[in-house]
Design a protein around this ligand. Structure first.
Ligand SMILES: Nc1ncnc2c1ncn2[C@@H]1O[C@H](COP(=O)(O)OP(=O)(O)OP(=O)(O)O)[C@@H](O)[C@H]1O
Ligand SMILES: [Mg+2]
Length: 338
């Protein structure tokens, strides 16, 4: 694939958090690509590092978070930039954040300013990134509010965040992320607090952004039904690693990593229930602090061999775009063929 066809290339990103005197590695060699005009879903149990992955890309880790290594290349169709070569608060990084890359955060309340009117907070992005006159920016905000199903938008833009319900605030966050027509939209559980009809309406808008304007999307979700319906590619994460990556059909119809298989267990792929959540897997996610080496999933894996606990596991290409990080595939061609 030509470079310009990829909006984002994430290469071997590792990150850790400092907890007191102790440093715990949270992301391990995370690599993936987002082709232009496509949607990548990132799935995996709670705590596996989905949010930390996208916060790292945007250089928005909290103070105790640190990117240890890796590169992230962002391409808007004309220029490719290395995001990690820019400092967190540099002009260039700020122009990308909110302008060319929009983000919906998992916690909508944390990112709205309680003392500013809602409309102003959404319009700010247009004024800052496109130098748009205030009146025109507000017209755009009202129009987007309408499309996001916010009733009476002309009045509601004058409200403050506390006057909005949780679901409404989430829609405002989505408006902030989409208002500049970003080349890449990162949506971290964007529709969890919303009812099914609104969820569908918002996913339709995201699909429109993607298909009509050829934009790229990273969607983080626990909803496998949604993944089946809207995603093009899927990255499956477990304890800070991408253990499997492929097209939505590779992952749903030919899951290879034992972890992916467990996640999908009892989820009939065809006619997947729209609101089906990821299955629960026996055992609990181990604390990354106590990691001792080898495959992170070995303790919970029904196929684990003794060597899984001590060997460094590499990524195996099953087909052109389907990759799995599992010793079963590294060692045995028969297993690859199954
Ligand atoms: N500020 C922090 N300080 C220390 N550790 C953190 C911090 N934020 C996240 N972590 C740790 O990083 C790991 C990954 O967290 P992350 O929030 O990315 O999970 P997630 O996959 O987004 O989960 P969820 O599905 O619940 O949103 C967890 O082990 C978490 O405890
Ligand atoms: Mg998260």
């Amino acid at each position: 694939m030509k470079k310009t066809e990829l909006t984002l290339r994430v290469e071997n990103v590792s990150a850790s958090f400092q907890n007191g005197k102790e440093s715990v590695q949270i992301l391990k060699d995370v690599s993936f690509e987002v082709p232009r005009g496509k949607m990548l879903a990132i799935v995996g149990e709670s705590g596996c590092g989905k949010s930390v992955t996208v916060h790292s890309i945007m250089q928005l880790l909290p103070k105790n978070g640190h990117i240890d290594s890796g590169k992230v290349f962002f391409n808007d169709g004309e220029n490719e930039v290395d995001l990690f070569s820019m400092t967190k608060f540099s002009k260039k990084m700020r122009a990308i954040r909110g302008g060319k890359i929009g983000m919906v955060f998992q916690d909508p309340m944390a990112s709205l300013n309680p003392t500013h009117r809602i409309g102003k907070q959404v319009a700010e992005n247009l004024i800052e990134h496109y130098k748009m006159p205030k009146k025109e920016a507000m017209k755009r905000v009202i129009d987007l509010f309408k499309r996001l199903g916010i009733p009476d938008p002309e009045q509601r833009v004058k409200d403050y965040p506390h006057q909005f319900s949780g679901g409404m605030r989430q829609r405002v966050m989505i408006a902030i992320s989409m208002i500049c027509n970003p080349d890449l939209l990162i949506a971290d559980e964007p529709t969890t607090a919303l009812d099914v009809t609104i969820q569908a309406q918002i996913m339709d808008l995201m699909k429109e952004l993607q298909e009509k304007y050829n934009k790229s999307i990273i969607l983080i979700t626990h909803n496998m039904g949604l993944v089946a319906e809207v995603a093009d590619h899927v990255a499956v994460m477990y304890m800070g690693r991408i253990v499997e990556y492929g097209t939505v059909s590779d992952i749903l119809n030919h899951p290879s990593h034992p972890y992916t298989k467990s996640l999908l267990q009892s989820v009939p792929v065809m006619g997947l229930d729209k609101n089906r959540k990821l299955a629960t897997i026996r055992g609990t996610t181990p604390n990354p602090k106590y990691y001792t080496g080898g495959c992170e999933f070995a303790d919970r894996c029904g196929f684990a061999m003794e060597s899984c606990k001590s060997t460094t596991i590499s990524n195996v290409n099953l087909t052109d775009n389907h990759k799995v990080r599992c010793l079963l595939f590294e060692n045995s061609k028969e297993v690859v063929a199954k």
